[in-house]
Design a binder for this molecule. Structure first.
Ligand code: FVT
Length: 336
């Protein structure tokens, strides 16, 4: 369209509109706003406790009390939503993953505490069994096989405990078949019809999740890989079919994950379905930018902001990013 209607040189000199900051601002096609950011936070046990995560410099785990403080600070910075990830002690990991639906588990305690103190920030929770699974998988493993339907039954119990704790957005990240429909009907049956679901709909089997597994204490536990449930990085059509299915089953929002290597999927999802579309800029993407910046190889702030703008350009309504507090600060300071 643009190419067909564009006049040739010298009638068209696109650099005319790039000459000054004012002209560039006038014709800028999109904006990155603090409203677009969801901040993933890691929660650990203890009081007034923080723990560093070696593979994610600048990211820490916080005890529930400090997570509440961080949520209040995030809200003051304009961030609308945080996403909770618990670091689960090894002694609580079992083959049946029962800690996942304990109403008093770390994630549910954090949700209640944040809701009580910072009621306006949206809380997203992670629905997947891996933090609670002695086998490190997102589903239940039997005789070396991830069993789909029993995993879905466990995920429903987990999702319901999170919804009852006050989560605003459930984020099923497990990639089992049929979990969105099962969670949606359980919510309806329980009268929790306003709880939203952001489905990790197109989640790829990716090497970029490595630092996250350190952050939630799952790296040691995982045996094998997740290729029987997460998507093959070469499959775009299959990703789109999963998105279509999850929307049909009751997802309010969908996510593509990881983010930067899968921007093509983000654009296709938004174009094809027109639903609220999010990307997860995952731990490995964060770690790469931080590591390169830490070595002086790239300008960390510029690379971070450019990476986040790319999600908007690709059509995403928002992005889950560990950079959220830093990006919020720069956006509010008028970053261009
Ligand atoms: N279910 C959440 C994740 O797997 C996050 C991955 C990452 O940040 O690497």
């Amino acid at each position: 369209m643009t190419a067909k209607s564009a006049p040739g040189f010298p009638a068209s000199r696109p650099r005319r509109l790039r000459r000054t900051p004012a002209l560039r601002a006038l014709v800028r096609e999109d904006r990155l706003s603090v409203d677009d950011l969801i901040w993933p936070v890691f929660v650990c046990d203890g009081d007034n406790a923080t723990q560093e995560i070696a593979s994610m410099p600048g990211v820490i785990r916080r005890s529930v009390d400090l997570t509440v403080e961080a949520a209040a600070e995030a809200q003051a910075a304009g961030i609308r939503a945080i996403c909770l990830f618990p670091y689960t002690d090894g002694t609580l990991k079992t083959d049946d993953c029962a800690e996942a639906w304990n109403p008093e588990n770390l994630s549910n305690r954090a949700t209640r505490a944040i809701k009580a103190a910072v009621p306006d920030i949206a809380i997203m929770t992670d629905v997947a069994l891996d933090p609670y699974n002695a086998q490190g998988h997102d589903g239940i493993l039997r005789d070396g096989v991830i069993v789909n339907d029993d995993s879905v039954a466990a995920l429903v119990k987990m999702a319901m405990a999170q919804a009852e704790a006050g989560a605003d957005i459930l984020g099923p990240s497990d990639m089992m078949d049929g979990r969105i429909g099962a969670i949606r009907s359980a919510l309806e049956d329980a009268g929790l019809c306003d709880v939203t679901i952001m489905s990790y709909a197109a989640k790829y089997a990716s090497a970029f999740y490595g630092p996250f597994r350190d952050a939630v204490g799952a790296s040691g536990a995982l045996k094998g890989d997740k290729k029987t449930y997460q998507l093959d990085p070469l499959n775009a059509d299959e990703g789109l079919r999963c998105v279509a299915r999850d929307i049909a089953e009751g997802a309010d929002m969908v996510m593509v994950k990881p983010g930067m290597p899968y921007l093509d999927l983000c654009a296709k999802v938004k174009d094809r379905f027109g639903v609220p579309t999010f990307a997860y800029q995952v731990s490995g993407e964060y770690a790469m930018i931080r590591a390169a910046a830490g070595n002086g190889w790239i300008d960390g702030e510029k690379a971070m902001m450019e990476s986040l703008m790319a999600f908007r350009r690709a059509g995403c309504d928002g992005v889950l990013t560990y950079f959220a507090p830093e990006a919020a600060r720069l956006i509010r300071a008028g970053w261009e």
